[in-house]
Design a protein around this ligand. Sequence first.
Ligand SMILES: Nc1ncnc2c1ncn2[C@@H]1O[C@H](COP(=O)(O)OP(=O)(O)OP(=O)(O)O)[C@@H](O)[C@H]1O
Length: 699
Amino acid sequence: MNPKQPLLPSTVPSYNVPIEDKHVDSVVHPKEVLRQMSWGIFQVAYSEPVHQLSLGGFRQRIRDLSYSAPSAGRLLLEIFRTARTPVAVHLLAAVLLIIAPAFSLYLSATILGIVEESVMTRRITEVHVNLLQVLVFMWLFVAITSTLSTRIMADTRLALSGHLRAHFLPQLVDGRSSLPEEYTFDTEVPGSKFFHEIVTRLLRFLTVVAEVGVLVMIISRREFHETRLLAFFAVMLPAVMLFKPQSGFGGAGFVFWTANPDYYYLAALYKLAFSQKYRPTLARDGMCAFIAQEYERVSRGLECLNVETLTIQCGVKVQWYWDLTHNLILDYPLVVCALLIPWSDPLSSLVTMVLVQHAVMTLRQSVELLRADRSSDTFVEVVGQAERLYEAIALDTEVHHGTDRYPDPTLSREEGMKISFRNVSFRYGEDGPGAVDSVSCDIQAGSLALVVGVNGSGKSSLLSLIPGIRQPSKGQVLIDDRPLADYDVASLRAAMACVSQDEDMYPLSLRANMLMGAEHNAAEVLERAAQMGCATRLIERFPSQWDTVLDPTPVSSQCIHNFGYGRISDLAWAELDAHGPKVGQTAVSGGEKQRLAATRMFARLLHLKERVRLIVCDEATGALDSRAERDILKQVKAMRVGRTVIVVTHRFRELVGEADVILVMKEGRLVQQGTHAELMLDERGEYAEMYNAQADSGL
Ligand SMILES: Nc1ncnc2c1ncn2[C@@H]1O[C@H](COP(=O)(O)OP(=O)(O)OP(=O)(O)O)[C@@H](O)[C@H]1O
């Protein structure tokens, strides 16, 4: 399957989906073969995996496996050390599950053997009866063991996930602003999928091996004809199941296209008839009847009218001989066995037939599971997941930091943090757009700096370099005249209180958001911070007030559906509703969100007190009404003593009088800097234009 080809949603009627005439790439995945077929007016293309039996492919896989093996071994060992008991119990249950079906097959063969012998000799001894009883009890025991083992495996898997989360989380959380996409573990428990897939695949493979082994043992004891028959089934069944091309649900993904112009015309008519965009005009011009007539006329000639994409998928045909072989081996094994009756003893044939039926049922189930594995990641890919986890753990933070704690007693000043940019450039990614271009300036300790510029001029990008979230691609950022990279990043960030324009609350209670672990004077800090952030009334409005979680994380493990535990009763659901965690979201407007973000920043300031030497407000009040914006900025200014303050805002007129320096950004460059009076001298300059535009619009 060419991954670039879109897979159309199967529930959408095909006449509703005008798609371009797409030609299927001749470059296909090496493990797949492209097939095409006609379906009505459509051409359908889909890919199927090819069973690579080539020596080269095999060698490559061995090479890949041996490459990933050390990490995989290390991870398996680490998982075992992290949760010895769940892992040991899980593995024990897995071993029992491997043995159970093969043992059950062996028991049924033994029981049938005893029955056969008794009927042949027309004599059933007490020994036979006792043996039969023991065997039946053993059978029962196997059934119970299998059920229990399945449940134990499910339980231990959950327990193991908990252990692994707790074990790997501290290793994966560091100062990075984000992990690359391939290393995110927000939906995946690190190591869990790896462990589970390895165990399950080995379990399924060994189950089939054990079943085939027992079958071979049984075969070797039967009559010659029957031996051949059983051997035939033992080989053919896995072969048919593994290699037969699949159709219908679970089959290959597909693309379809047509060169039939009527199809596209029909699609256009359909869109015209139902799109809100065109209907008023159609009605106004009296064209509705025409559309209906045309649709009827064209659709009569098109057989695609009743064809849905789903039907196409089911119609992906498998050659007839595969279907026939599949039916004979899997669905009608008794028919094949019956063919042997003329050549063997009828009783013996009967016993063989029962055995074959049982063996087919058992093997079929196991091979189906094995086949299901093959449609997902390959074993080599699963083993490679260990590599990915260790790479994520070993990832370095984007910015390299030193060990010197901030503030530096020899350089830092009481007035606040001094920030200097020396020819600083920054771009997003190696080939990404240049956001900051050769900026050089000083923001003196204790000053109020205003950063202005049109959208996209690089203001936020420049400020993101100060807490060391991003690394300049060129130049240097100095903090108190010393390279930022010399400082220990945690102590540096503890000296900053930043708030940006689109800041979300963490999925924790508002209290936790504001305090983030700080317990000292909590109530006082919260009350004061809410006042400063203009959020007191807002928080009082929430039913749970400070305990409100605005966007709670859904707790997916509140119930386990269809996972070995069957249906969940209505009563149980009601209990969960009554006592379970409430996961509803609380909607807040953009302005309310900014009030809460400002409150969080003030809470940080109140808590960390004089440790904070820099305040950065990056368009943090853009969505607020003008009164709230004025109040919040007033509070920020009131916190200036002993701190440098940087404010980015598009409505800057009220602040210009107090600003010690105004930095004017344009297309990533710092085009002007100075006080308001100095900048206004250049009447045609960027700053004067922006200022006058604001004055004209009354902002
Ligand atoms: N995460 C990102 N990835 C790639 N490009 C980005 C990213 N963030 C910003 N940019 C680009 O960098 C340039 C500068 O953006 P930046 O957000 O720094 O400007 P700004 O002056 O703060 O804009 P605004 O006033 O709209 O907030 C823009 O061209 C923007 O498209």
